[in-house]
Every structure is written in structure tokens, then in C-alpha cells.
Design a protein around this ligand. Structure first.
Ligand code: DWN
Length: 415
């Protein structure tokens, strides 16, 4: 029985995606040869989703050691226009609403290459990055963004406070759902922001996850899948409260930006908090049947996408994958999509090019191959950037190319 990570009640299994490789564990040629010869085995772990009827928490069952997942990380913060404009807006909003004086400090958890902190630093604000991936922290420090290569927890928060003082803002974008030791991290944030600081987390939103059938965003890095109601319950245990929340509908499949303060701050609570909790009730997020229906749609998706791809292949079309996101590992491996259907994938991340995807072992090529190879179809694995990518690849489309967009519903662009 899997116990709830927040309230320790029994949870119920509603989706099993099978034994899955680690989403960002891309393989180099040498390792792939060893695996193909049988000299090495590719790690796979059960990937299952559970629901807690008591507090509404949705979580995976297999909690792997963070050291295994994040010490040497391949994901470079997105260089997409969609994310860049979102971050610029978010930083402006934070500076306007929460950073009243110049003599302030912003700490980012999971700061990656320091791209977000740079925006604060360029405005004269003291910044500190916390990034456990040593390879990525090194890039941030080379970029002049002071970054500690540690996991954020109560201990490292105290060290940061001793050395740099209190933080007016702690921000974590798409990292809170990855945290295994929630207790220590929340206690660390509570202590570091003190009475008047704010803890800001941006996370995928459970309403969007369910409504848009985003099953492929389930992988071992993503331990938790939060509603506002569950977050409110969680932070209340630490005498903290959600003072505001904003939806970011086109970010990573639909996210929420949640602003949390210590209750001692007596901050005004935005009505947006209760409005989203009401929306979650209307969407029946407290009803197990909602999750069973979601799982049913996932089963049906697998059959549908395979039929679409097999029919196109039978008609003689060449199909490749577009984007090598972590979620492509779940989608391709759960649906059994491999070299029989896709020739290769393209991706504009230098650290991924030349490597092979986990499980499917498809080769990741640079996006110069889009026009060089001009396949008849691309399966858009980075569907969360569909608008941006389809706009960018106008020449490919002009030459007759088409995109199969799998999520939220399978459709072909241009139709
Ligand atoms: O939570 C996480 C999310 C936020 O980011 C992390 N666990 C890991 C990562 O997940 P992901 O790999 O699914 O993230 P992205 O940003 O959705 O990945 C998009 C992929 O597509 C990247 O590898 C870059 C690539 N891409 C591309 O090749 N051409 C993206 C764009 C916009 C493009 O034009």
C-alpha cells in the first residue's frame, strides 16, 4: 500500500504506465552498444499514479533517490520564446508586487543555468541560485550567477541565511513537484523568507493535467501532481498560507504560479485562491472516478496514436519525432513507439544531440534535419510548444510537411 506523502493516509492506484526508463537518462553510443550486446541493462522502474481520498494528493509510487535523478542533468532551461516571455512577465510582476526596495535578495531553487536570476540581477537585486546538478550549476557560475550545487532543504536554507541573510523571495519553477523531502524543503523556505518574505512555486496544474490528458508528463522526476486545495492543506501544516495564485495556461501544458507566505505576515488573501478551489470541486478532483476516467482515456490514446502512425506508415510516409522532452520517454515507451514507426527525433538542445532516447533508443538529431530530411510527418513530442514550433517550422510546412500533435487530443496540423 502506498501511503500519501502529505497526510499518510492510504492511497488508491489509478494508472499504471509499466516499467519505465528514467525520462532524462539519454544514452550515448557506447552505453547503447553495451545494452544491445546484453553487457548492460537499461534501468526501468514501475511508473504508477496514486490518489489520496483524504487530502486529494496525486503522487507516483516509486520515489527514487534525488541523487540518481538530478546530479548530472541534461535539461537546460528552455530557450523557447514561450518560456522566455513568461519568465520576463513573472519577474516583472514579482518585482512590482513583492520587492519593494533594492536592498533585497532572491533565491531560486532549481535555478538551472541562472537564466531567471539574471533578470533580477540585471535590476540590481542580490541573487543566489540553488542547483543540485553540478554540470548545470557550473554553467550558471560561469554566467556570473552565484549558484550553490546542493539540494534545497532545511540545512542548506540555514547556511544560505547565515551567509546571505533572509530572502525576500524564494522562487522555484517546475521543481517543487520534483522534491522528495517536502517537509525539510518547506521548513527551509519558511525559515529563509521569515515574517514578510514570499515563497513562489510554479508547478503543473492538476486540472490541466487531467483535462488535457497529459499522461506523458508523468515520469520519475515528477513525484507530485498538485491541486490548489491540496497545496493549501500542505502549507497549512507549516503555518503557511497561499496568498495568491495565477494560472499559466500555455506553460508546460498548463501550470499555476502559487504565492505562499508565513501566516504571521497577515497578508491579504486573493480571491483567486478560493476561485480555483471552487473550480477543482466543479471538476470533481475529490472524486476517485475522475482519475479512473482519466486512466481510461490514456488507454484509448495508446490505441489511437498507434493506429494513426501505422496507417501513415502503411501509406509509405516517413515519420520523425519533433523535440526530445523528458515526457517523450513516457509517451513513446508507454505506447510502444520506436524505430518501426519513427526514423529519429530532432531537438535544438546541444546536450541531447547525438544521444539516444531512453527505452526507444531513437537517435536525437539537430533540428537542421527538419529541412535536410523533410519527413512527411513529425510526431510533435514537445506538444507544449506547438504554437511556437509550428510557426517556426513554416518552411517545412510550406514544403508539404505536417505535424501530428498528440496532446490534448490527436490532430494533424495543417489539417
Ligand atoms: O519539469 C520539467 C519540465 C518543466 O522541463 C523537467 N522535469 C524537465 C523538463 O521537461 P521536458 O524535457 O519535457 O521540457 P520541455 O521544455 O517541454 O522540453 C522541450 C524539448 O523540446 C526540449 O528538449 C527542447 C526541444 N525544443 C526544440 O527542439 N525546438 C523546444 C522548442 C521550443 C523548439 O523550438
Amino acid at each position: 500500500m502506498v501511503k500519501c506523502r502529505i497526510c499518510n493516509a492510504d492511497t488508491e492506484l489509478f494508472l499504471s504506465l509499466g516499467d519505465m526508463p528514467l525520462a532524462n537518462n539519454f544514452l550515448n553510443k557506447k552505453i547503447l552498444e553495451k545494452i544491445n550486446k546484453g553487457d548492460e541493462k537499461e534501468e526501468r522502474y514501475p511508473l504508477e499514479l496514486f490518489f489520496c481520498n483524504n487530502c486529494g494528493m496525486v503522487q507516483i509510487g516509486e520515489l527514487l533517490p534525488p541523487q540518481k535523478l538530478f546530479i548530472n542533468y541534461i535539461y537546460l532551461a528552455s530557450n523557447s520564446e514561450t518560456i522566455k516571455s513568461h519568465i520576463a512577465l513573472l519577474v516583472n510582476r514579482i518585482m512590482h508586487n513583492y520587492l519593494t526596495s533594492k536592498d533585497t535578495m532572491v533565491v531560486e531553487i532549481g535555478s538551472n543555468t541562472g537564466h531567471l536570476l539574471k533578470l533580477f540581477k540585471d535590476n540590481g537585486i542580490k541573487v543566489l541560485g540553488i542547483e543540485p546538478a553540478k554540470n548545470i550549476a557550473a554553467i550558471a557560475n560561469r554566467n556570473g550567477i552565484e549558484t550553490k550545487s546542493v539540494f534545497f532543504n532545511e540545512k542548506t536554507a540555514e547556511l544560505a541565511k547565515k551567509k546571505h541573510g533572509m530572502a525576500d523571495v524564494i522562487i522555484g519553477r517546475h521543481v517543487f513537484a520534483h522534491i522528495k523531502d517536502l517537509d525539510s524543503s518547506i521548513k527551509g523556505a519558511r525559515s529563509l523568507i521569515g515574517k514578510n518574505g514570499v515563497f513562489i512555486i510554479e508547478i503543473p496544474y492538476l486540472v490541466d493535467f487531467l483535462e488535457r490528458n497529459e499522461f506523458d508528463t508523468v515520469y520519475h522526476e515528477h513525484l507530485s501532481y498538485f491541486s490548489v486545495k491540496t497545496l493549501k492543506f500542505l502549507f497549512n501544516k507549516y503555518d503557511m498560507e497561499i496568498v495568491d495564485v495565477e494560472r499559466a495556461l500555455d506553460i508546460h501544458g498548463g501550470s499555476i504560479v502559487v504565492y505562499i507566505k508565513n501566516k504571521t505576515s497577515n497578508a491579504k488573501i486573493s480571491s483567486r485562491v478560493s476561485e480555483l478551489i471552487k473550480l477543482e470541486k466543479e471538476k470533481k478532483l475529490d472524486d476517485f472516478k475522475t482519475y479512473v476516467d482519466f486512466a481510461d482515456r490514456v488507454f484509448k490514446f495508446k490505441e489511437k496514436i498507434l493506429n494513426v502512425l501505422k496507417d501513415l506508415k502503411k501509406q509509405g510516409n516517413r515519420i520523425c519525432g519533433y523535440g526530445a522532452p523528458a515526457k517523450s520517454t513516457t509517451l513513446l515507451n508507454y505506447c510502444g513507439i520506436g524505430a518501426d514507426l519513427l526514423d529519429f527525433v530532432v531537438d535544438n538542445t546541444p546536450t541531447k544531440q547525438g544521444l539516444h532516447l531512453p527505452g526507444s533508443h531513437l537517435l536525437v538529431c539537430s533540428d537542421e534535419h527538419v529541412l535536410k530530411k523533410q519527413p512527411d510527418y513529425f510526431l510533435l513530442l514537445a506538444w507544449n510548444f506547438a504554437n511556437e514550433i509550428i510557426k517556426k517550422e513554416s518552411e517545412y510546412i510550406k514544403r508539404g510537411g505536417k505535424f501530428i500533435v498528440p496532446i490534448p487530443d490527436i490532430h494533424i496540423v495543417p489539417s
